[in-house]
Design a protein around this ligand. Structure first.
Ligand code: HAM
Length: 414
């Protein structure tokens, strides 16, 4: 019977058959992070609301519309984390990580929360994996974090991926540019969508993201920051591109690339996948040289990315078969159940995967169940203390030494 309760809107259950592909992804990511020296970090699922207001930016959709904010019993305003970078910078400062050898390279994986309109690839609770490289402004760091995600997608075999890179310049360059962009938008106000028009002075960059035709016309002739990069900003961007070229990472320069968070400076990037429909961004990130200072620390350059785990899984659209069991332990008589339990524990302790009947089935039912769970062998514990081993593939059955079951099973499994 269906339950009268359902998972909340925009959330989902990860069922065992889906958990396997997820686990494969998570362990591939863990391997890539570990080999590049990005140590794992975990931060709380909720933080002070002010951290995200300050970190992510008050003009962003995330802060304006999408945060799950609540008051705790002590009347503190808390927010379920909509992203990870602000929390990690908070942790970096809180734990004095600026005193460690720089850069500090961290990786993470976990649930994030945004009150968005749910659709394929967009959820209210979703999962990200990500990496942050804090304490260096070297373009090598930008290229390295981009390569981490590029390597992960390649290792998993995600099809149809394109990497787009852009640059927003330093805060100062961006400020001057934004004034020009606003002037351009004001000059064409009547052609813009209402939403874009209302936000000209709040967040003009988002106009590049609009799917409104009139707005797109205006944006086609808008100045872009990439074409205006100067001095060190231009040099930094060209070094990042040269490093990607040297590493053989394919990309396109997208002068109109924008991202939904305010903290970015200089490099921004986005991995999109043509298999995903409207929510086509698998992951992205960029440099955020001003964020740590914004949160009260000393000026500390940093760069990182996050990728949506559900989006990667959607793009992969694969089923990972259940791993079979090495053994199923059957009993000819219910009195052997205690012995079966002990043998199961011994086998598991020795690294052999083993299940036993927990449902009081007869011998025939136990064999059927062993077959259903994909057991390669069935160990039959007999009432007289003896034991037999049946190979489920060949049907061959032979007596085994009951005093030496672990060795018998281990030897054959190899
Ligand atoms: P973001 O672009 O907001 O960046 O999110 C990163 C990825 O999370 C997106 O590319 C997308 O795959 C996934 N994602 C975002 N929202 C949802 C959703 N509602 N449902 C499913 N997946 C979603 C950040 O969060 C930055 N913290 C990235 C970063 C790290 N920048 C520097 N360091």
């Amino acid at each position: 019977m269906a339950s009268k309760y359902q998972a909340p809107r925009g959330t989902f259950d990860v069922l065992p058959e889906q958990a396997r592909a997820r686990r494969r992804l998570e362990s591939a990511a863990a391997g890539i992070f570990a080999r590049a020296g990005y140590e794992p970090i975990a931060t709380p699922a909720f933080e002070d609301t002010a951290l995200f207001e300050r970190g992510v930016g008050k003009s962003t959709d995330i802060v304006r519309k999408e945060m799950f904010t609540f008051e705790d019993k002590g009347e503190r305003s808390l927010t379920l984390r909509p992203e990870g970078t602000a929390s990690i910078c908070r942790a970096y400062l809180e734990h004095g990580m600026q005193k460690l050898a720089q850069p500090v390279k961290l990786s993470y994986l976990g649930p994030f929360f945004r009150h968005e309109r749910p659709q394929a690839g967009r959820y209210r609770q979703f999962h990200q994996l990500g990496a942050e490289c804090i304490g260096t402004d070297s373009p090598l760091a930008d290229a390295e974090v981009i390569m981490l995600l590029s390597d992960l997608l390649a290792e998993l075999g995600v099809p149809g991926v394109e990497l787009r890179v852009g640059s927003l310049g330093s805060f100062e360059a961006r400020r001057a540019y934004l004034e020009d962009l606003k002037a351009h938008l004001h000059a064409h106000e009547r052609e813009l969508s209402k939403d874009v028009r209302e936000r000209i002075d709040i967040n003009p960059l988002r106009a590049f993201d609009s799917d409104d035709e009139g707005t797109q016309g205006v944006m086609a002739s808008a100045p872009t920051i990439v074409e205006r990069l100067e001095g060190e900003d231009a040099e930094h961007f060209s070094e990042v591109r040269a490093l990607l070229d040297a590493a053989g990472v394919a990309y396109v320069v997208d002068a109109t690339l924008v991202r939904g968070l305010d903290y970015y400076t200089r490099t921004i990037f986005s991995f999109v996948c043509d298999r995903l429909g409207a929510q086509s961004e698998i992951g992205g990130g960029g440099r955020y040289d001003g964020l740590i200072e914004q949160l009260g620390g000393a000026a500390t350059p940093a760069v990182g990315f996050a990728a949506g785990i559900e989006r990667i899984l959607l793009a992969l659209d694969e089923e990972v078969p259940a791993a079979g069991r090495d053994a199923f332990i059957a009993v000819t008589d219910p009195e052997q159940q205690q012995r079966a339990m002990t043998v199961a524990a011994q086998l598991r302790g020795a690294g052999v995967s083993a299940e036993l009947d927990l449902a009081g089935r007869g011998l025939k039912g136990q064999f059927k169940h062993a077959d259903r769970i994909g057991a390669r062998r069935v160990l039959i514990l007999e009432a007289d203390g003896g034991a037999q081993l049946r190979d489920m593939q060949t049907g061959e059955q032979r007596p085994v030494d009951p005093g030496n079951l672990v060795e018998e099973m281990k030897g054959e499994g190899e």
